[in-house]
Design a protein around this ligand. Structure first.
Ligand code: FAD
Length: 501
């Protein structure tokens, strides 16, 4: 065990990444008596988007001991059972990528065989008819999953959609109560040690100097420390994920509470719709090589289902990741570390993953290089697997109604995705060790939802009578629909949570 200790931790930035990091470190490492400072600048502000999540966020909140009802009411959050994709595989399509396995019997040991059964039965109707989360989302119903594995309500998960600025404020209160010291101000200079290149301190515009043993760069796209000071470099992935701009805008609620995010493919990108309790978040992600900013804004306005509540917020980004996310004594978390674009809502998950690995490998003053190497390798893997999943959405399309979709349909994809797609197309198999954060049913949902259909079913099903399989599936479909119908309305569950606080 090292006797050299890290004591001064400086978090640069107070967006979602900064405050999630502050909250997790102050709670989990309270035994280390760290001096945790967070510097943020109201004048610079935060990116102001990032409202849809995947189920892992619940583990983050639970680990912090956050009460769900309190969290829901303070962040105006709604529940999320999946993402509805409109017009992706072809115009007129709609499928939901659900957070949960297919089939009415979640205790079945072979949930991985379900889509083979469906193929064996001749794909009688859309696969999503056998998903309980989809059945609930389509009916605006929600219930918490059962913890009893034998219950028909146990085979799914859920996430949240929340107001990002309220979540950051919530975590700020949490962190400050645990000793994190926040400093308002703009960092004007980052000082590096002449020999080691380690950050020694930062200087604010006010002249205040803050020393640091470990710096966590949560400064957003600018990467104030990891890039501007350390020149770490960036892997540009726009050849696979070509969207590079977004325009975002909140609007009034139309009274609809689907527990799902919507992603509608447009001519040169896609539009999101995220229903919160107090408003709806909307945005248009697009590729500037195929669409100009004014046309993108007009296309977003056409999607709104309520009156706009703020002026449009225009954003630019470059899909990809830093060459190193942990460089010397700086760890980049959040947008400072990279960005894969908002499709499938993975950015907050990547923040959470980075925090988890940092906690596992929390450095001592010895700065063993293998800690940084392990962190970087693991984060590379997380990024690459998510990248492949996102590229799949763009590439698996038959759309030929715009230059953008012609480009996506015919572009060269990463080899790692090409063989995953071939494996599925040939045998209906989801690459087991390669799925990453998105599990088997997620890949199946997107493959099948975007018409990548297997040529063969699993040979274990050869002996089954297709008519008997069809009858069995029909029974399951009815059970799922009936079960969804009996669940409470999503709006009522949110109302009950508000009343409980
Ligand atoms: P920011 O929010 O940009 O925060 C940066 C912080 O650094 C600010 O506090 C700023 O004041 C501070 N700072 C910067 N420079 C200085 C300085 N010199 N001195 C002092 N302080 C400084 N993620 C999801 O998971 N789901 C989504 O649905 C989703 N949608 C998105 C849509 C779009 C269009 C974009 C661009 C991103 C989306 N994301 C989404 C990503 C998500 O927004 C981010 O992961 C999340 O908000 C974290 O941002 P951040 O904290 O890294 O950066």
């Amino acid at each position: 065990m090292s006797d050299k200790c890290i004591t001064k931790v400086l978090i640069v930035g107070g967006g979602t990444a900064g405050w999630m990091t502050a909250a997790a470190l102050s709670e989990t490492l309270k035994g280390l008596a760290l001096d945790i400072r967070l510097v943020e600048s109201e004048a610079i502000g935060t990116v102001g988007v990032g409202e849809s999540t995947i189920p892992h966020i619940r583990h983050f909140n639970t680990r912090l001991g956050i009460n769900e009802a309190d969290f829901l009411s303070r962040t105006q959050a709604t529940f999320k059972l999946g993402i509805e994709f409109r017009d992706w595989g072809r115009l007129g399509d709609s499928y939901i990528h659900p957070f949960g396995a297919y089939g009415a019997d979640p205790a079945a040991h072979e949930v991985e065989l379900f889509h083979h059964l469906w193929t064996r039965a001749g794909a009688p109707e859309s696969l999503e008819a056998w998903s309980l989360p989809v059945a609930m989302a389509r009916r605006e119903r929600f219930t918490h999953p059962s913890t009893d594995p034998a219950s028909p309500l146990s085979g799914f998960s859920y996430a949240y959609q929340f107001d990002a600025s309220l979540y950051a404020a919530y975590l700020r209160r949490y962190s400050e109560a645990r000793g994190v010291v926040r400093t308002e101000g703009r960092i004007a200079d980052v000082a590096l040690h002449g020999e080691t290149g380690f950050v020694t301190h930062v200087t604010l515009e006010s002249g205040e100097r803050i020393d640091a043993d470990l710096v966590i760069d949560c400064s957003g796209f600018r990467g104030l420390v990891i890039e501007q000071a350390m020149k770490t470099g960036y892997h540009d992935w726009t050849r696979w994920l070509p969207c590079d701009r977004a325009v975002a805008l909140p609007c009034e609620h139309g009274g609809l509470f689907p527990p799902a995010t919507r992603a509608t493919a447009l001519k040169a990108g896609w539009a999101w719709r995220i229903p919160l309790q107090h408003r709806v978040g909307n945005g248009h992600v697009y590729c500037s090589a195929f669409l100009d900013d004014d046309a993108a804004e007009t296309a977003l306005m056409d999607q709104l289902e309520g009156a706009a509540l703020a002026p449009p917020n225009r954003l630019r980004f470059l899909t990809g990741k830093r060459k190193l996310q942990w460089n010397r004594n700086c760890v980049a978390i959040g947008l400072a570390s990279g960005f894969l674009e908002p499709l499938e809502s993975t950015s907050i998950h990547l923040i959470q993953a980075a925090i988890g690995y940092l906690l596992d490998l929390f450095p001592t003053g010895d700065w063993d290089p293998s800690d940084a190497a392990e962190f970087n390798q693991t984060m590379d893997m997380e990024y690459e697997r998510i990248r492949d999943f996102l590229v799949l959405h763009y590439h698996a399309t038959t759309r030929d109604d715009s230059e953008f979709w012609n480009h996506c349909r015919t572009m060269t994809i990463p080899d790692s995705l090409a063989w995953k797609m071939e494996l599925f197309r040939e045998r209906g198999v989801v690459a087991a060790y390669e799925h990453g954060v998105f599990l088997h049913p997620s890949w199946v949902a997107v493959y099948v939802g975007q018409h990548v259909t297997p040529r063969r079913w699993d040979p274990r099903l050869d002996d089954l009578d297709p008519a008997a399989v069809r009858a069995d599936l029909e029974g399951q479909r009815r059970r799922i629909a009936g079960l969804a119908e009996r669940q409470p309305r999503h709006a009522d569950v949110l109302g009950a949570a508000r009343a409980a606080v």
